[in-house]
Design a protein around this ligand. Structure first.
Ligand code: NAI
Ligand code: MG
Length: 336
């Protein structure tokens, strides 16, 4: 029996977690879900978007599946997602984007994974008005050799383990010479330890263009926090959108699995949300805890369901709903 902390999240969070739980239950995986709250929902009920109990539960059980959490734009509390990644040293944010059967997109041959440094860069929360002047703001980015080594090594180790061919390090070292320059330098050093894997580096703006023109030329991308955030959403767009890409946030001891997308307030509560992204995150979680067969079975059921226009959700051009889709995956699972 696996003990796993479950944060349902805000917006579409409760709908998509309900769907994923139903599918995992149908696959008969022994999971004891431990509910915990965070985000807007926690903030409204307790005044704290990241309650101590939630932190303690994740600390104790090590693994969590998390729905999206709303972060107020501009003022208001800081991102709980960022806080969780920093609190548990989840330095590696892995975001695969793969062409899926039946999912409409401009390309048919995308298979890339973004490894995003998850604890530093522009996301450390060091932002302020200069001397209280609200017309002048500044923000500090931090890059350390240690954190760069950890994420870049993770990318190379993954490449070696899963026989991927290439690691592309994405940076802006022409302009941000110290911060992303350090990241690049660390990457060039580490690449020497992996002569079996092709290594190249690319400036981020060019990368964005190349990804849109020739996504099949990318394999593994490793980059700093902000660039990874943006490019992984771009990568989602190459394979059908935010509704179909999952992610794993991992550190040495803890791991939190979540969709790449946010709480989608525009469609929340309408039964329209696509649970595929969270389901794919849950499959990464099952692989992480060693439930490889179950993960494979669910993936098979998912792949058989995705081409069915009658059940898939509107973001994929379908006529279905969250519940129709969920039931279809469950019935495919029963046939396997
Ligand atoms: P979003 O990802 O929530 O939505 C962007 C667009 O994609 C919307 O049109 C939405 O309807 C659509 N979309 C997203 N997920 C979908 C799904 N599963 N099925 C169908 N359509 C889907 O991004 P947005 O609107 O910029 O952010 C909303 C909130 O989410 C903000 O408060 C933001 O801070 C938060 N957020 C949280 C994240 C997390 O918990 N890891 C990640 C990204 C944003
Ligand atoms: Mg993002």
């Amino acid at each position: 029996m696996h003990n796993i902390v479950l944060i349902k999240g805000d917006g579409i969070g409760p709908e998509i977690t309900e769907s994923v739980l139903k599918i995992l239950e149908a696959a008969k995986i022994e999971i004891n879900w431990i509910p915990a709250s965070a985000g807007m929902e926690a903030y409204e009920s307790s005044g704290n978007p990241l309650p101590d109990e939630t932190v303690a539960l994740i600390d104790k059980h090590k693994i969590a599946l998390k729905g999206p959490l709303t972060t107020p734009v501009g003022s208001g509390f800081r991102s709980v997602n960022v806080a969780l990644r920093q609190r548990f040293h989840l330095f590696c944010n892995m975001r695969p984007a793969r062409t899926l059967p039946g999912v409409p997109s401009r390309f048919g041959n995308v298979d890339l994974i973004t490894f995003r440094e998850n604890t530093q860069g522009m996301y450390i929360g060091q932002e302020r008005y200069v001397e209280g002047d609200q017309n002048r703001a500044e923000s500090i980015a931090v890059i350390t050799r240690e954190a760069s080594e950890r994420i870049i090594r993770s990318a190379f180790e993954y490449a070696r383990k899963y026989r991927r061919r290439k690691v592309t390090l994405v940076h802006k070292a022409n302009i941000l010479k110290y911060t992303t320059g350090l990241f690049l330098q660390v990457g060039q050093d580490i690449a020497k330890d992996y002569p079996d894997i092709t290594f190249n580096d690319m400036i981020v703006d060019n990368t964005a263009m190349q990804m849109v023109m020739r996504p099949e030329t990318f394999d593994i991308i490793v980059t700093t926090n902000l660039f990874g955030d943006i490019l992984s959403d771009l990568a989602s767009g190459l394979v059908g959108g935010l509704g179909v890409t999952g992610s794993a946030n991992t550190g040495d001891k803890h791991a939190i699995f979540e969709a790449v997308h946010g709480s989608a307030p525009d469609i929340a509560g309408k039964g329209m949300a696509n649970p595929t992204a969270l389901l794919l995150s849950a499959l990464m979680m099952l692989e992480h805890i060693g439930e490889l067969d179950s993960a494979q079975q669910i993936r098979k059921a998912l792949y058989r369901t995705l081409p069915d226009k009658e059940v898939i959700t509107a973001d994929l051009g379908g006529e279905g709903s969250t519940s129709k889709f969920t039931n279809a995956v469950v019935s495919q699972l029963k046939k396997i």
